[in-house]
Design a protein around this ligand. Structure first.
Ligand code: BG6
Ligand code: GLC
Ligand code: GLC
Length: 924
């Protein structure tokens, strides 16, 4: 069949005669009608062109390149899978926009078992024309009113009303319950709605109405409802096709092909919005003068050209325009028109389907035409039927070509030669006009013969599908609430942070006075930052961070040059015997000296030892306790410098001159202080966390002297070990603490530093999995594994430049397979945990700088903080959050953060250099 004008137009015998003079005789009339209807003929070639052109437009839009208004939109919905049949519950459904000027409310019960169905209750409401064209608020108020009326009439037992909103206009969806109207179509034009979230507008209206408390859980297009509501047959329905007032289709596209989505896996339902297809190039050859006239008189001239040839809102109008034209030509109704025939909208879809129905008798056609005030001659009924058939047939064939484009797209994206697929159909045109489907099917077979398509009529006019989506959305919303509840304790407000700052300041003062305090406030015997006159070659060790390093530091008039090497400290050594640990350290030094040609030289050595030590001088440090995963035996209570010297002694070949032992915070402050004399605070946020700062000597009870300053190593990691952080600690913090090698110790550090944040995240993920919120509730062995989340992952996951799909890749590398919803939630967990860490750290810094300002009785303090540590340096938001918190809590201090570039070994060498300079002066 190459062409189709109007089915049955070939049978032209038996026309009645015309009684009126001057008018064409019957055979002339039928000639005129047939000639006119030729315009509605669409050839196979034209159909193929439309299919190809639509496919091109779809692919462009998927690739994110669609620019012209006449292109299809390809709007991703938030529906990612077809129903499993296990969804259950009671749902309210509100349908707006599918069926002309009416609105439908349904009460749908999903049974949770496939094949079991309960008839929904439903009620239809006619939307007054002034509401369709008035202010948006009026339309949504009307909808809310209809909901109340429905619920008044059908009282339901549950208080917990969850609503799915079927809103059948082109919308940008940004969530299952967020959808912005792009533009009205199909005779609606309410002001103040385009560009707004229609879910919010409905929620506001329901609130204004106030009668029922209804939660709008999901919003869907009618095509999606149609697809989702289909009883899965042999396979799932993966295309939804609607021909009602308007026309459109949706289908399951591979997510990786949808450029606007950040997804590389799975499928997503895309609403094609093919109604807007059709610039002059694509549709030009098939557009008739009637199409142009209809477009011009419509509410949206130039838009939705394709829909205006297919949608039920327009079919009646096309027929009317043709009949009026033919009457004016004298080919119908004795050459007379009627006011009704000349008025827009007088012929409706129902009229056309009835008149065209071969089973309906001529009497019915007569009746309809007479109602329009027309004088109907005996041949008119038959000719009018031809007109209806021509208009309908063209619509069905065009719609078939469009569906063929979608099927070709599916074939291509699934790389399947033979596609077997089920298409759910919905809308009054299918329901009222059985031959529409058969013509459409014929066209599809002609255009995509290799597709095996079954057509399945939708259930409950798509209401069931909307309820399905609503059920999924309700589950996701419940998950979100659980996520929020879980993360709430991590979200600290200003008051809580200010309280931490105040407690910290109090603990500092007590520690300095030698009173019981979780802050030890250890004197370091570093009294001044470098003055630039230091010179010489020094060795430095840097132990206690991620890396153990040995360094050669050359301090010259031209600056500082550093050569260094990283050595590993295996866990068995860090947690073995003290002797083993210090022998290993000396072995590394020997190796370094050999490589640098320094063997036999006894260079002064500065030792960055990043653990709490009670110092009695610059070169004496008694290890109070190990932190951060170190636990070598027989070291606590010992002078670390002695332990090192003993190990040197055991290796008789080496000579070393240990001059100073410094904490990493001190090394960092000194290193940054070499560049900036205002640097009087050192901060580490890495494996562990800690700070040091220049305190007034008169405030340090344990060191004699009243003038000058001394750097104090706060050991703030232990802050809160006396229980003072109790209210802020979550059960996850408690879990992490319990599983650590030092339970009850380093409370503040365990909420902030890199060694623990990953573990906190892991415990939260375990909890959310047990609630069924994550990983479909399935606990994996991987997630039970301690320390699988490294700080590095936290930093990577939160990096803005990483797309969500990469977040998932990271988690999958860890053996955690997840969905995109999971990936987003994991990201939120990481954000909450690291944000709390940064804010607590900021509250600590605020306490320190305020203390310095108060010490000096200054109104305003300008100070710099030298910072090091992988978490601080690598995390994308950590440093910004610390600075923001400090600004908030210590507004009278202007604080500059300087990142240490050379590590704290340089600082240790500088401390050593200062000590050597002073020692030389003593000798002189
Ligand atoms: C390094 C310093 O750069 O940072 C070390 O040189 C310090 O002394 C370390 O301990 C802290 O960060 P991390 O992340 O390695 O623990
Ligand atoms: C219009 C709408 C579309 C809807 C279709 C069928 O084309 O823009 O969203 O699916 O009509 O109702
Ligand atoms: C731990 C140590 C401390 C060190 C900090 C940062 O808290 O106890 O001395 O400064 O980690 O590395």
């Amino acid at each position: 069949m190459d062409s189709i004008g109007a089915v049955g137009l070939q049978q032209r015998e038996g026309f009645p005669s015309c009684s009126q003079k001057g008018l064409p005789c019957p055979s002339d009339s039928s000639e005129l009608v047939l000639e006119c209807l030729q315009q509605f003929k669409v050839t196979q070639t034209q159909l193929q062109q439309i299919q190809t052109s639509l496919l091109g437009s779809m692919e462009q839009a998927l690739g994110g390149q669609a620019s012209s208004a006449s292109a299809v939109r390809m709007l991703p919905t938030y529906v990612g899978s077809t129903p499993h049949g296990t969804e259950q519950g009671d749902f309210l459904v509100l349908e707006l926009g599918a069926t002309g000027a009416s609105l439908r409310v349904l009460w749908v019960t999903l049974m949770g078992t496939e094949g079991h169905r309960m008839e929904p209750r439903s009620q239809e409401f006619v939307i007054p024309p002034e509401v369709m064209l008035g202010p948006g608020q009026q339309l949504f108020d009307f909808a809310a009113h209809c909901l109340s009326e429905f619920l008044d009439a059908f009282p339901v037992s549950t208080q917990d009303l969850q609503l799915g909103f079927s809103f059948s206009f082109p919308c940008h969806q940004t969530g299952l319950d967020r959808s912005t109207l792009i533009s009205w179509t199909k005779g609606f034009r309410c002001s103040g709605v385009e560009g707004h979230d229609v879910v919010q507008l409905l929620r506001d209206a329901i609130k204004r109405q106030g009668a029922y408390s209804i939660d709008v859980v999901a919003v869907v297009n009618d095509t999606v409802g149609t697809m989702m509501g289909c009883e899965p047959g042999v396979g799932p329905c993966e295309v939804g096709l609607v021909v009602d007032t308007g026309t459109n289709a949706c289908y399951m596209e591979e997510a990786r092909h949808v450029a606007v989505l950040d997804e590389d896996r799975g499928r997503v339902c895309v609403s094609v919005e093919w109604g807007s297809f059709g610039d002059d190039e694509a549709l030009g050859p098939v557009l008739t003068t009637f199409d142009h006239a209809l477009d011009q008189e419509s509410l949206n001239p130039g838009a939705q050209r394709f829909e205006k040839m297919i949608g039920g809102l327009y079919l009646g109008e096309l027929v009317r325009l043709v009949l009026a034209h033919l009457a004016q030509q004298g080919a119908l109704f004795g050459g007379c028109t009627s006011p009704a025939l000349l008025s827009r909208g007088s012929i409706l879809l129902e009229h056309v389907t009835e008149m065209e129905d071969p089973l309906a008798g001529a009497a019915r056609v007569h009746a309809i035409l007479q109602d329009l005030g027309l004088s109907v001659g005996t041949s008119d009924a038959e000719l009018v039927r031809y007109v209806c058939t021509a208009v309908f047939t063209r619509a069905a064939r065009l719609c078939g070509a469009a569906l063929a484009a979608v099927l070709s797209r599916l074939q291509h994206s699934r790389e399947q030669q033979m596609l077997q697929i089920a298409v759910a159909t919905g809308g009054r045109v299918f329901e009222q006009h059985p031959s529409f489907l058969s013509i459409l099917q014929e066209t599809v077979m002609l255009l995509v013969p290799e597709c095996d398509v079954s057509f399945i009529p939708s259930v409950d006019g798509g209401g069931r599908g909307v309820a399905m989506v609503t059920a999924v959305a309700a589950r996701l919303a419940a998950h979100r609430r659980l996520l929020e509840e879980t993360l709430a304790p991590f979200r600290l407000n200003r008051e809580q942070l200010a309280a931490v700052q105040a407690q910290m300041q109090e603990a500092m003062a007590k520690g300095l006075r030698g009173e019981a305090s979780s802050l030890r406030m250890l004197p370091t015997y570093v009294r001044a930052t470098p003055d630039g006159s230091e010179r010489g070659d020094f060795l430095a060790l840097d132990l206690g961070g991620t890396n153990f390093r040995v360094l050669l530091v050359r301090v010259t008039a031209g600056g500082v040059q550093i050569t260094s090497q990283v050595y590993s400290i295996p866990e068995c050594v860090a947690q073995g015997s003290g002797q083993q640990l210090f022998d290993h350290i000396v072995d590394c030094i020997v190796d370094f000296q050999q490589k640098q040609g320094l063997s036999g030289q006894s260079l002064p050595l500065g030792f960055t030892f990043s653990f709490p030590c009670r110092q009695l001088g610059l070169d004496q440090g008694i290890l109070l306790n190990w932190t951060k995963g170190f636990n070598a035996s027989d070291c606590e209570g010992q002078d670390v410098v002695c332990l090192l010297r003993e190990a040197i002694g055991r290796k008789q070949a080496v000579k070393l001159n240990v001059v100073a032992i410094v904490n990493d915070t001190v090394g960092t402050m000194m290193s940054c202080g070499y560049e900036d004399p205002r640097c009087e605070v050192g901060l580490i946020v890495g494996t562990g966390t800690n700070a040091c700062y220049m305190e007034e000597l008169r405030n340090v009870a344990s060191v004699a002297g009243d003038s000058g300053h001394m750097c104090i190593n706060m050991e703030w990691g232990a802050f809160g070990d006396d229980g003072s952080l109790g209210l802020l600690r979550t059960c996850f913090d408690a879990n992490v603490d319990q599983a650590s090698i030092n339970p009850g110790k380093q409370s503040f550090e365990k909420m902030i530093s890199g060694m623990y944040l990953g573990e906190i995240v892991r415990h939260i993920l375990l909890h959310l999995t047990s609630l069924g919120v994550l990983f479909r509730g399935q606990q994996t062995q991987r997630l039970q594994t301690r320390d699988i989340f490294k700080t590095k992952f936290l930093s990577e996951i939160e990096s803005d430049s990483l797309a969500l799909r990469q977040v998932r890749a990271i988690l999958e590398d860890l053996g955690l397979p997840l969905t995109s919803d999971d990936a987003l939630m994991v990201l939120e967990v990481c954000q909450a945990v690291s944000q709390r860490a940064a804010q607590l750290c900021g509250a600590g810094v605020a306490a320190v700088v305020e203390k310095i300002r108060e010490n000096r009785g200054l109104e305003e303090l300008t100070v710099s903080v030298g910072v090091d540590g992988t978490l601080y340096k690598l995390h994308p938001h950590f440093s910004g959050l610390v600075a923001a918190t400090v600004r908030e809590l210590a507004p009278r201090c202007a604080v500059t953060f300087l990142q240490s570039e050379d590590g704290s070994g340089k600082g240790a060498a500088l401390v050593t250099a200062v000590a050597c300079r002073l020692a030389q002066m003593d000798h002189v």
